[in-house]
Write a protein that binds this ligand. Structure first.
Ligand SMILES: NC(=O)C1=CN([C@@H]2O[C@H](COP(=O)(O)OP(=O)(O)OC[C@H]3O[C@@H](n4cnc5c(N)ncnc54)[C@H](OP(=O)(O)O)[C@@H]3O)[C@@H](O)[C@H]2O)[C@@H](O)CC1
Ligand SMILES: Nc1ncnc2c1ncn2[C@@H]1O[C@H](COP(=O)(O)OP(=O)(O)O)[C@@H](O)[C@H]1O
Ligand SMILES: [K+]
Length: 504
């Protein structure tokens, strides 16, 4: 599992090391990791190190210090290095080391702005070491102007030191201008802002360099499951399993306007290994569901009269179909784990419970928050995904999964997950319905199994968030597998789910 922390958590952890006078050692480890990462990138691109050019944009704090020490190490390995000092001051020891290694120093002024920008744009590698975890807001003054111009000039390989300057380490909010990095080399542990959009967008690949503070880190602010975690959590069925023990999922989805959503949600659930799926809905949609998936048992019954372990409600629901909306409300009120998607979101009560998983995209989350009195529109949610999903979980007391390039999950118990295994090709109609099905299947199968989570180090109360994150990961992996770099349909994502689960 990748654990990510706020800038404050990292600084508090570092504090005891600084108090013991080993801050300089930490900085050397950070700089060494950064320099090595640059070398690996150049070698990976089959470029010669000797004579390759590197420009470090160095701010006046410790982030600039990391960048200057790293650039000094690179200068000693024969790279042509330039440091553009973006503030009047620079980290004194870092600057001294850089000069001693033969690096060229440019102090940024309005007069030499164009020259400094051109030099940085022409160099093979740009290291962004202006601001790190000590930043207050975004870049200002000449540094902002330089980054703005450099972004337009499309520089070579951009490597961010610890975090792209201007990205908030705690929230992932980006204060423009931010230089988009291909690689972020981050120290001690990942920062939460690197795993939440829009920060994740600016960070590119994230590489963590251990610096020796790891044992002192607190409970993470944000977690990301990796393949090994999924293998452990997605247990295979027991030898004597039967269809009921594997989990029966009830589905309240689809309408005459959007019948396909019901089919895709059911397909997703079957693909993710539901023991049985019972569909409740209008006869014309039920006919289509039966034709597409003969495995599914359809009826026009009530929620109370249908025996299941979990509910999936809302995908493709029409706001004029009061009978389906009432079923959705009954399911959310049943006490059984329930994934509530799309059309169910505006129909449910404001305050729910942790075993109800809401799955909005950014627009739906904005509507939900507005209903709860938080005046955020879609753009504001997209600019601040982690804060928005956190607020929604706090206000609704439900588990909230925000869909997007990075999918975030917030539980009302303050557990947060970020998964990003998908591909932009998955931004296609019906893709979210398949995700709902995958979540539904995992809820039906694992939701009641408190011991399963406790044995694997997950607080049983907080298992709903873990299940949502697991499903997002499986869905993202299935989409990437099916896409293989090209267009993908929602049906193809669903078809790839069994292969993903097999490899787990
Ligand atoms: N601690 C450790 O042991 C280790 C720390 N490490 C590294 O240190 C980094 C944190 O360093 P940091 O705390 O010095 O802050 P940093 O991010 O460099 O910038 C703050 C400086 O910039 C200024 N400033 C602030 N906002 C600004 C703005 N918007 N626009 C312009 N200026 C602004 C602010 O000055 P002020 O304006 O407050 O006078 C301050 O001087 C961390 O990310 C990691 O890379 C590693 O080496 C591992 C060991
Ligand atoms: N740019 C992207 N990169 C990766 N995954 C994405 C991207 N955009 C959307 N997705 C994923 O595709 C799915 C889209 O869901 P949704 O917006 O509900 O679509 P629909 O309602 O049409 O099914 C979500 O799982 C989301 O995380
Ligand atoms: K930086």
């Amino acid at each position: 599992m990748i654990s990510a922390y706020t800038g404050t958590q990292i600084r508090e952890t570092e504090k005891s090391f600084l108090d013991n006078g080993v801050g300089a050692v930490l900085m050397q480890r950070a700089a060494y990791g950064l320099a090595n990462a640059v070398v690996r990138e150049l070698r990976g691109g089959r470029q010669r190190l000797y004579g390759a050019s590197v420009t470090v944009l160095a701010g006046k704090g410790n982030n600039g210090g990391d960048g200057l020490f790293a650039a000094a190490m690179l200068a000693r390995r024969g790279l042509r290095t330039t440091a553009v000092l973006t503030a009047g001051d620079a980290h004194p020891e870092g600057l001294a080391a850089f000069k001693k290694a033969g690096g060229r120093v440019v102090r940024l002024t309005p007069e030499n702005m164009a020259e400094a920008t051109a030099a940085a744009a022409a160099s093979g590698v740009v290291i962004d070491a202006v601001l790190g975890t000590g930043a207050q807001g975004g870049l200002r003054g000449p540094a902002a102007e330089l980054v703005e111009a450099l972004g337009r000039a499309r520089p070579g390989l951009v490597v961010a030191c610890d975090i792209p300057s201007g990205v908030d380490a705690d929230t992932g909010e980006a204060h423009a201008p931010v230089l988009r990095a291909e690689l972020t080399v981050t120290f001690g542990a990942a920062k939460a802002g690197l795993l939440a959009d829009p920060g994740a967008d600016f960070a590119g690949r994230v590489q963590v360099v251990p610096i020796g503070i790891e044992a002192g880190l607190p409970w993470p602010a944000l977690c990301r499951f990796e393949a090994g975690d999924l293998s452990a959590l997605l247990a295979r069925p027991e030898r004597r399993a039967h269809k009921y023990s594997r989990g029966v999922l009830g589905v309240v989805a689809g309408s005459s306007a959007y019948p396909g959503a019901a089919v895709l949600a059911c397909k997703g659930a079957l693909a993710a290994g539901a023991g049985m799926v019972r569909y409740l809905g209008p006869p014309d949609v039920a006919d289509l569901v039966r034709q597409a998936c003969p495995e599914i048992v359809c009826s026009a019954g009530t929620v109370a009269g249908t025996h299941v372990q979990a509910w999936l409600v809302g995908s493709g629901l029409d706001d004029s179909d009061e009978q389906q909306l009432q079923r959705a409300r009954d399911a959310a009120d049943s006490g059984l784990p329930t994934i509530a998607d799309a059309g169910a979101l505006p129909a449910l009560p404001d305050v729910l419970a942790p075993q109800v998983i809401l799955t909005p995209h950014a627009g739906e989350l904005a509507s939900l928050l507005q209903r709860l009195g938080v005046g955020l529109d879609r753009a504001a949610v997209e600019a601040s995904t982690l804060s928005a999903v956190r607020r929604a979980a706090g206000l609704t007391e439900a588990t909230v999964l925000l869909k997007g390039a990075t999918t975030l999950v917030a539980s009302p118990f303050q557990d947060f997950y970020s998964q990003a295994e998908g591909t932009p090709w998955m931004a296609t109609a019906g893709s979210g319905d398949v995700l709902a099905g995958v979540i539904g299947a995992l809820l039906a199968r694992l939701g009641a199994d408190v011991g399963h989570f406790a044995e694997r180090g997950i607080d049983p109360d907080a298992r709903w968030g873990a299940i949502a994150a697991m499903a997002a990961s499986v869905h993202g992996r299935a989409g990437s597998l099916a896409s293989a770099g090209g267009p993908v349909t929602a049906s193809a994502i669903s078809d790839a789910v069994p292969e993903v689960l097999r490899t787990m």
